[in-house]
Design a protein around this ligand. Sequence first.
Ligand SMILES: *[C@@H]1O[C@H](CO)[C@@H](O)[C@H](O)[C@H]1NC(C)=O
Ligand SMILES: *[C@@H]1O[C@H](CO)[C@@H](O)[C@H](O)[C@H]1NC(C)=O
Length: 768
Amino acid sequence: MERVAPLWPVLAMLVFSVTPAHPSKCPKFCICDNIQLTVACIGKNLTEVPPTINEITVKLDLKGNNIQTLRTGAFLHTPYLTHLSLQRCNVRSVREGAFRGLGRLVFLNLANNNIDILYQESFDGLTSLKQLIIDHNRVEEIQPGAFSQLGFLNLLSLTHNQLVYIPNMAFQGLQNIKWLRLTHNSLNNLATEAFAGLLTLTRLSMDHNELQFFPTQTMTRLPELTRLDMGYNPMTYLGEETVSMSKLTHLFLDHMSLQDFSHMALMQAPRLTHLDLGHNQLRVLQPLLGPEKLARLVLAGNPVYCSCYLRPLREWAVRERVRLLGACAGPPHFSGDSLGTIHPADLRCQSQEAMLKAEQEEQSRATPPPTPKPAPKVKCPANCDCESETHHSSCENRGHTKVPRGFPPTTRLLDLRGNHFHYIPGNSFPGVAEVVSLHLQRCKMHEVEGGAFDGMKSLVYLYLSENDLSSLSPDVFRGVPQLTYLHLERNKFTQFPKAAFKLLPSLLALHLEHNSITRLEQGLLRGAERLRGLYLTANEIHAVSPKAFSPAPDLDTLHLGTNQLKEVPTDALGQVPSLAELRLSGNPIRWVPPKAFLPFAGSLKHLYLDGMGLEKMSKDSLAGLGSGLRSLLLEENQLEEVPDLAPLTGLEVINLSENPLLCDCPLLPLRKWIDKVNLKVRASCGNPPELQGRKVKDVHIFKSCPGELPPPTPAPKGPKPPKPTKPKPAHLNAPKSKPAKVKTKPRKSESQRTPAAAKATGKKSKLP
Ligand SMILES: *[C@@H]1O[C@H](CO)[C@@H](O)[C@H](O)[C@H]1NC(C)=O
Ligand SMILES: *[C@@H]1O[C@H](CO)[C@@H](O)[C@H](O)[C@H]1NC(C)=O
């Protein structure tokens, strides 16, 4: 209720003058309380926000109407609102600036509507908002910047929506967020920087999603998180150091499909006190290393087998005072006994024979993610495990030489990694039409015959990485029309296997990193016309045909780093009208000519030109690039000068470090630019020798240049640069900004702000 002071006179007048018989300015169909200043128009089929609501209203309840579109400025006439309820209003679209003018709103409820996209400026103007509820909608896309104005938000709730993927920086701007709820979506993939900038988040709810792997890297971006709800996701194992979260105290991994949990999984979660592994498929668990204050470990609902192999865990629990919850599932004489009361000495392996058996079991369990099988009813090929509840089937690392047959027809994830197939003949996967994700990594395959996957009409993810493939038959992908993410990295391709992709109209991401492709020929992507990400890092590409990418109307991410290119393939890239991220790092490009990026400058957002040995960039090399460019990476080159960066007004990340910049008058424009922008530029002098290693922003040599560097203004007061008043969305990965050591003049612009965005990393490397 801050800042209501100016209202008091009005309020007093109302209290005295308004009688129930005189309902001033109450819209038809509404109930107004002019003392509480509330207006409720509930369940009235209204198609618009009533225009005659009293201006001084603080609570407005519009539940259960039929307002399909929230227009720009829909609430401009009620600027004092603190609470606004819009549940069940059939809202489909929230126009940019719909809530503009509601600078006092604290609580906004949009639950149970039909919103599908959160646009960049949907929540513009809500600068005081603390709670935003968007549960039970159909949100499938969050556009970058959607929440950038909500610097006071504490709670964002997006449960029961249709999110599949969270892109980098999706929640940027939420500088005070405490709790983010993403429960009951269909998330199967999170970008590495999905949670970048959420530096105050303490609780994240992501249960009831489709995550198959714990998103280790993504989670490291949440430094304050103490509680993570991850239950009800189809994960099968957690390997060593999977959870790397220094402040986490409560971790919920219940109701998943865990068959294996490494005793080192939590090595990097030292503060964990509560761990819930209930309702998984764990038969045994080793004493957990890492969390020294663990107080409670839930194993209820697991098929825990109380034999000598459980004894170390029980002894550890006694010693470390960890409360174990759950019961033995076997052997029969212990069945149902509580894990917390069973005496360690009673945990024995019965006979010689039983012991051997347990040992064997234990051994198979000790190889990477191993998989003992509790419930035997489902049909399943020999030497494989099939989970009926989660629809996962796995024969990982089992030494199979032929693709096994006879998996349950409902299988959705089929994991065949680490076998010795060498060759996959046609029609190798009959009867598994529901498989969404097929893993064939490390199977020593050198050939996959045409039609090998025929009939897998639900297949979306296919992993053929780390094999010996050098070519693909043109009809290898026959019968998999839904295939969207294809992994072919770390094989032996010397040519781009182009004919194979024409059968993949849904392909979005194609991974071919770490092969030996030497050239990109005309029409590579014909057929795969929806492709958005092409990853070719670490090949041997030295030539790119001008028509290589034509057509590629949707391609927005192209990684060509660590190849043998000697120049920017400008002509070829001119055929990529949506190119937003271009990586050329690590190619031997010495010179960037004029207009090198001009043909696609309009769409380009992230440009990586680091580590190339670049000696010179023409003055006009960046021609055309303007406010759209967000990142420019030029570190580790041989540049003595850089072109004018002034037109790049939208830059959030720039890196000029490790360049031998020549600190003399030609560099004056750079120096002036550095003084003007609020960015960490990381530029140091390489020459002249006496200035070597000094920061460009700290040297005085420019003062004597013909041209206009104004004399440094003395600092107004105090020796330190002013501190920002509230935390900014700090820059990820950025080294802590050290105030300049030079004692002369503290500058105002430096260290006042960190760049708003992080280096966006591989936006679409979707690994489910
Ligand atoms: C709501 O309005 C629609 C059309 O405007 C009408 O068909 C429907 O009967 C109304 N429902 C109620 C409850 O008034
Ligand atoms: C800038 O480049 C330097 C040198 O390679 C590197 O250490 C640093 O991490 C880079 N910073 C960013 C933000 O990319």
